[in-house]
Write a protein that binds this ligand. Structure first.
Ligand code: ADP
Length: 869
């Protein structure tokens, strides 16, 4: 199988340097079709060797010693240590082609070699190269006049999707959220624009000839690979424009596996209209999958992960990265969590059972693609051992959790076969022997008996012959060249029986064999080889038996992963007091006593080690697209504004992933997109200033938000001068409010308290303040969000808390007093000008929708207790 799709020739006129020996000629024939970013590991005895430029690169990337072979650079890695080296090369964004010997070497003849596998960052299947708790996607994208098309495939599990969008902005976010390991794109795809930059940053991109993205060919290849005549069963029409991408993925996978992927069985269409879309800025700003430092620790994903299996952890990431809007499915997930919450004893049993479950989906993918190790079968056996109990426990739970049980059959026959056949701890390499248990197969037992017992048989035979012939010093010996023989000293030759066959005469003795000894010799010499061959045969049989059930096992694995996520959420719900959100098609978002799922855990951790440390202070939220649409939140720095607005967005994401939420009560009219513009994230490396990033993200929000969206904005306008910033913030709020009867539910945190004036002109805007208490010129943060506006920014008090020297604080107070006197006049002027300059706002201000109540005056008042249910 050629690997030329993975690897385009670096240059068509590649010379044949060093093709002066048959082996190097063979090397170049294999190397020539590979691309420049692929390194060829060429098997030579117990080493994989790199030659020529590969050797130079390999030596640099892997810290190897460069040697010379016939004046050509060469570097080697021991065969046994190859996986660790390959991982390093893949991490460095390289591809690795493995060339193995495909026959037993014979002296004097050039051994046949072939490329048996090409590893690329997105097509790894090997366990030791993968992060077990993360999905591993290979993504193909293409674009034409009809829009943006994409397909993505997790080769490790067979998870396969495609999508097309006439409006590319609706698809880019989902592609980014996949965090693909490698991207395939046609050569002609224009590599420009913020979306492409976002997607391709720090990710290897393989450019392929355009024809490989051709739709009709892609459709044919997809159908052939999935083993179907048409794609109707997957709800995908034959001319779907993303089938070109699907075909490119399959062809690429085929080349890297050096064989067709045998485990692809389903294809799903992603439709942005059914999803809660989270764009890259939102994922980043809200630290959904990764913290700001890029770690899992500190992210939402980490804070709500109570899974016990890697497939569970992977599914959790998929659910959080792509929340949904399907009420029935959300209700099912929430209901399952509820069932586990209601039955803590059964939940604990399920959790314990899951602890013994292995990664079936990935094991099957390897087995189905010829990466077959006996230890993988032990993984299947160990999983099957616990399935009946997990299934029985799930069946005892209330619905809908009990519905998981029938999706996990017992596989009794297969379980019994593996128990009987497989050794307790089989080796990784079948050639090491010891895969199959004793007394599973009589032929194997016989061969093993022979191999093990040959020494005993020889000594028994020697004793018997001594007795039969009466020759006391008769010896049975062995030499490599001669095999087994009976040695009789010259003095005893007269006693040699007639059935002895003379083979060799020595000075003092003669050597004989018998038919029985010859026969035995053959069996003995081949016993070990035969027993290994027999074992391999039986091992293949076991693999076939497992593969015959692959579809069922995969379905069971999916149900187990779900059970894991759901039991984990139930555990959080119990331990951290989460509630079941009420979801509907309405336009409100009410949260009673909501908490930030990540900050809450951090504070709890601190409180445990620190007497007097404060617990998280919960807060309420009340938003409605056609009612209290915009909550404008003021308060000093450090008061808790950012934490509050983020917690609201995170609760929405959790709720639409199907989880319970950190609140006493929560009611959410489904959201189509969550947008956030939070904090200052500089992208100087990509040539964008903080202010530019802020404005880009704000522009994106204003362009794409709908009345179903949820927006959290923090300190808009901070990156420029005060009046510029205030003007922009003011105009953004007006735009979000708009002139219609409803708008996106918005939380707008700001330090510009001038904006609180907008409550008078925008009927769907409400002022809130994160309150602080003043005591002896000190401020105390109470972290409570209440109706009304903050009157001051308390910057100097916060600066003092932060330890700014006393004389600086005193001088700042003097300056502030002067500035405030001047500033009041200036601000009044700015407000007047802004109000006149904004026609949309002017209309809104004069024509408030009749149904909306008058805004309450901006003095601080506690939020009234909400009636949620
Ligand atoms: P702001 O955005 O107003 O400057 P932050 O939201 O960054 O303030 O909060 C500052 C710190 O206060 C946070 O790091 C967090 O530790 C703490 N904090 C915020 N909200 C709460 C809360 N509700 N309960 C307890 N501590 C909080």
């Amino acid at each position: 199988m050629s690997a030329d799709r993975v690897a385009q020739p670096a240059s068509a006129a590649e010379p044949f340097p060093g093709a002066d020996t048959p082996m190097l000629k063979q090397y170049w024939e294999l190397r020539r079709p590979l691309s420049a970013d692929t390194l060829l590991l060429f098997r030579l005895g117990d080493f994989y060797e790199l030659f020529f430029d590969d050797a130079v690169q390999g030596a640099r990337l892997l810290g190897l010693t460069l040697t010379q072979r016939q004046q050509h650079p060469m570097a080697g890695i021991p065969y046994h240590a190859a996986p660790a080296y390959i991982k390093k090369l893949l991490d460095a964004g390289r591809k690795v082609a493995i060339c193995d010997q495909t026959e037993v070497p014979k002296a004097g003849k050039l051994v046949n070699r072939a490329i048996t596998r090409v590893l690329t960052p997105g097509t790894i299947l090997e366990d030791h190269q993968l992060d077990s708790s993360r999905p591993h996607y290979l993504l193909a994208i293409a674009a034409d006049r009809a829009g943006l098309h994409a397909a993505w495939l997790d080769l490790t599990t067979g998870d396969f999707h495609l999508a097309t969008e006439a409006e590319p902005a609706r698809l880019w976010p989902a592609l980014y959220a996949l965090d693909a390991r490698e991207i395939l794109a046609p050569e002609s795809l224009a590599a420009s624009g913020a979306e492409w930059d976002n997607l391709s940053a720090h990710r290897p991109v393989s450019r392929l000839p355009d024809f490989q993205f051709e739709c009709a060919a892609g459709a044919r290849l997809t159908k052939e690979t999935l083993g179907v005549l048409n794609l109707d069963g997957f709800g995908i029409r034959d001319g779907h424009p993303a089938l070109g991408c699907a075909g490119a993925l399959i062809a690429y996978a085929t080349d890297t596996l050096c064989g067709k992927p045998a485990h692809l069985k389903q294809l799903r269409e992603y439709r942005s209209g059914e999803a809660l879309v989270l764009d890259p800025a939102t994922l980043r700003n809200l630290e959904v999958l990764r913290s700001a430092r890029g770690t899992r620790d500190g992210s939402l994903l980490h804070a709500v992960d109570a899974t016990v299996t890697p497939p569970g952890a992977r599914l959790l990431e998929q659910w959080l990265a792509a929340p949904i809007r399907d009420l029935a499915e959300l209700c099912r997930r929430q209901g399952c969590v509820g069932a586990f919450v209601a039955e803590p004893g059964l939940a604990a049993q399920v959790r314990e059972g899951l602890g013994a479950v292995r990664d079936l989906a990935r094991i099957l993918s390897r087995l189905q693609n010829r990466l077959r190790h006996p230890r993988e079968l032990a993984g299947v056996r160990d999983t099957l051992r616990v399935l009946p109990e997990v299934r029985a426990t799930l069946a005892k739970l209330p619905a809908p959790a009990a519905d998981l049980a029938p999706r996990i059959p017992a596989f009794a026959e297969l379980a019994e076969l593996l128990e009987k056949a497989l050794a307790d701890e089989p080796p990784i390499d079948p050639k090491d022997g010891g895969v199959i248990r004793d007394s599973f197969d009589t032929e194997l037992d016989r061969l093993r008996g022979l191999a093990r017992g040959h020494k005993t048989w020889i000594s028994d035979f020697e004793r018997a012959e001594q007795e039969r012939t009466g020759i006391k010093n008769l010896r049975v010996r062995y030499t490599g060249a001669f095999g087994y023989y009976i040695e009789i000293t010259k003095s005893n030759l007269s006693l040699v029986p007639a059935d002895y066959i003379r083979r060799q005469t020595m000075t003092n003795a003669e050597r004989f064999v018998t038919d029985e000894l010859r026969q035995r010799e053959k069996e003995i010499l081949h016993a070990e080889e035969n027993s290994l061959t027999r074992e391999e045969e039986l091992f293949r049989g076991l693999v076939e038996a497992v593969l015959a059930q692959a579809d069922g096992l995969r379905a069971a694995a999916a149900a187990l992963a779900e059970a894991d996520v759901l039991q984990g959420w139930a555990r959080l719900a119990r331990e951290r007091d989460f509630c079941r959100p009420v979801l509907d098609d309405g336009d409100v978002f009410l949260i009673e006593q909501g908490r930030h799922p990540v900050v809450e855990v951090i504070l709890r951790g601190r409180a445990e080690g620190l007497a007097g440390a404060r617990a998280f202070v919960p807060n309420d939220t009340s938003l409605a697209a056609s009612g209290e649409q915009i909550a404008l939140i003021t308060g000093p720095n450090m008061a808790g504004k950012s934490t509050y607005i983020r917690q609201v967005a995170l609760i929405a994401i959790l709720a639409q992933a199907g989880a319970w939420a950190p609140a006493r009560g929560c009611r959410l009219g489904l959201v189509d997109r969550v947008f956030s513009r939070v904090g200052a994230s500089d992208e100087l490396a990509r040539g964008n200033s903080t202010f530019m990033v802020e404005m880009n993200e704000t522009a994106n929000i204003l362009r794409h938000a709908t009345a179903r969206s949820l927006i959290v904005l923090d300190e808009i306008g901070r990156g420029t001068s005060t009046y510029d910033g205030l003007a922009i913030a003011w105009a953004v709020v007006e735009q979000l409010h708009g002139a219609g009867p409803a708008g996106p539910r918005t939380l707008f945190a700001t330090h510009y308290h001038e904006l609180t004036q907008l409550e008078k002109s925008l009927p769907r805007l409400r002022n809130y303040a994160v309150t602080v208490k003043e005591w002896n010129d000190e401020i105390i943060f109470v972290r409570q969000v209440a109706r009304g506006a903050a009157d001051r920014s308390y910057g100097i008090q916060v600066a003092r808390l932060a330890g700014l020297p006393g004389e600086v604080i005193a001088r700042a107070r003097e300056i502030l007093t002067e500035l405030e006197a001047e500033g009041q006049a200036l601000q009044a002027h700015v407000r007047r000008s802004l109000a006149q300059a904004a026609p949309a706002a002017g209309q809104t201000a004069t024509e408030p929708p009749a149904a909306v109540e008058e805004p309450t005056p901006p003095e601080t008042a506690a939020v009234p207790q909400m009636e949620l249910f």
